[in-house]
Design a protein around this ligand. Structure first.
Ligand code: ATP
Length: 311
């Protein structure tokens, strides 16, 4: 290896996401659920810096406390790099430095963004030259939210959320995110949803096996109208997440009292995503929630999927 190849650093970035609509289908025999979701990629993103190494390692920096994260083979970024190396027949490794901004287990797909950016960075670093379609196929193997972190923008996800079709979205939406100082396990929130549906099977319609995204959501996205979108935000995982962590309900109320058009649990929580009417509304909301000692960040969407920033 030449000195310049050894010191080369490829920088890739991938976005976190908000599910502006998430319907969860009935529990299937394999223990999973199909979903129908509308994803929006937002400007809270992960930065992956990849450099040549003989084996695989990762180090985290950035605004998020990463002390709980495993850095070995179970880390999604390491999984992505080893999967690509295996697929491309590449025999060396990579050192990854990840500036993490998306909360861990926060319902915003941060681990998936790490995996998507790592695929792209290693592909460029190693010169594996896979097509975008081939990388997307690897993304699907890594987890159901990884393909969306790869493609970004605004998209409809069906199946496990990994069968994507782009959705037209006009303009920029202003989001304010209240971050929690704890994480929530996605499988536990799904189990709570199943228990809730069992308990109330007499009073609620059974969940459809193949849920669909409401046409009103597509219309609001196409119109780029935050007021319309606020009316149709929906998340089937919100009730079970609030059942598990009831204090999140008060956070939603506080945001809605302080000018948010609507607030919702993001994905499986615990991040709460508030939609604001415009930038001024978002700034005011950010100040009000910060004054209540919440950890708050602003984000806009849609933004690009994974891409190379520097090489
Ligand atoms: P989703 O919304 O896609 O369900 P999430 O945002 O709730 O995901 P992530 O932060 O993506 O959650 O990660 C979920 C779990 O994956 C964490 O509990 C963590 O232990 C594990 N994990 C493995 N690698 C990573 C990584 N690079 N970053 C974050 N979590 C990781």
């Amino acid at each position: 290896m030449t000195t310049s190849a050894a010191s080369r650093v490829v920088h890739a970035r991938a976005p976190g996401k908000i599910n502006v609509f998430l319907k969860v289908g009935a529990l299937l025999e394999d223990g999973y659920h199909d979903v129908a979701t509308a994803f929006q990629a937002v400007s809270l993103s992960e930065n992956v810096h990849a450099s040549a190494a003989d084996d695989f390692s990762v180090r985290f920096t950035g605004s998020i406390d990463t002390s709980s994260l495993a850095t070995g083979g179970s880390n999604l970024a390491i999984k992505a790099a080893t999967l690509l190396a295996h697929r491309a027949g590449f025999r060396k490794g990579v050192h990854l430095e990840i500036e993490k901004n998306v909360p861990i287990a926060g319902g915003m797909g941060g681990g998936s963004a790490d995996a998507a950016a790592t695929l792209l960075a290693c592909d460029a670093l190693w010169g594996t030259d896979l097509t975008r379609e081939e990388l997307l196929e690897l993304a699907t193997q890594l987890g159901s939210d990884v393909p969306f972190a790869f493609t970004g923008g605004t998209a409809i996800g069906t199946g496990r959320g990994d069968q994507l079709s782009p959705a037209l979205a006009k303009g920029q939406f202003q989001w304010v995110l209240a971050l929690a100082d704890f994480g929530m396990s996605t499988p536990i929130v799904y189990s709570e949803l199943d228990r809730h549906r069992d308990r109330h099977s007499q009073d609620i319609f059974p969940a459809s096996a193949q849920p669909q995204v409401d046409a009103s959501v597509l219309q609001a996205l196409r119109a780029g109208d935050p007021h319309m979108l606020a009316e149709v935000l929906h998340n089937d995982l919100q009730a079970p997440a609030l059942h598990l962590e009831p204090q999140l309900g008060a956070v939603i109320e506080l945001g809605e009292e302080n000018g948010a058009l609507a607030g919702m649990v993001s994905g499986s929580g615990p991040t709460i995503a508030f939609l604001a009417a415009d930038l001024d509304g978002a700034l005011e909301l950010q100040i009000a929630l910060s004054a209540a000692r919440l950890t708050v960040v602003r984000a806009t969407g849609p933004v690009h999927g994974a891409r190379i920033i520097g090489d």
